[in-house]
Design a protein around this ligand. Structure first.
Ligand SMILES: [Zn+2]
Length: 102
């Protein structure tokens, strides 16, 4: 046994994170997609898409109101969706409020 290390390096991503990486539109932190919450756009309404199955463009944000409100203030959703005008984000706000209010 000559103590050679395990042959890693084939699929080693950033800091051991596995799977797709996405950026939170609130705090701009890049993290595993599994840690983020997907928001889809229907017309001009942002809707929660926790399963990530909605078609079209999506925006990712941490599942907490802090990141969400930050994204709203920075108009990050409009940018992510390439929307021209204001978006209705009340559905998402309500969704997150219910989840974080336990
Ligand atoms: Zn965040």
């Amino acid at each position: 046994m000559s103590g050679n290390g395990a042959p890693e390096g084939l699929d080693s991503g950033v800091g051991g994170l596995s799977g797709p990486i996405r950026t939170c539109v609130g705090c701009r932190q890049a993290t595993s997609k599994a840690d983020l919450f997907r928001i889809a756009l229907v017309g001009t309404t942002a809707v929660p898409d926790p399963t990530g199955s909605a078609a079209g463009r999506g925006a990712y944000v941490h599942q907490n109101l802090n990141c969400f409100e930050r994204a709203v203030r920075n108009r990050a959703f409009a940018r992510a969706f390439r929307a021209q005008g204001a978006l209705d984000v009340e559905m998402v706000r309500k969704f997150l409020a219910e989840r974080s209010g336990e």
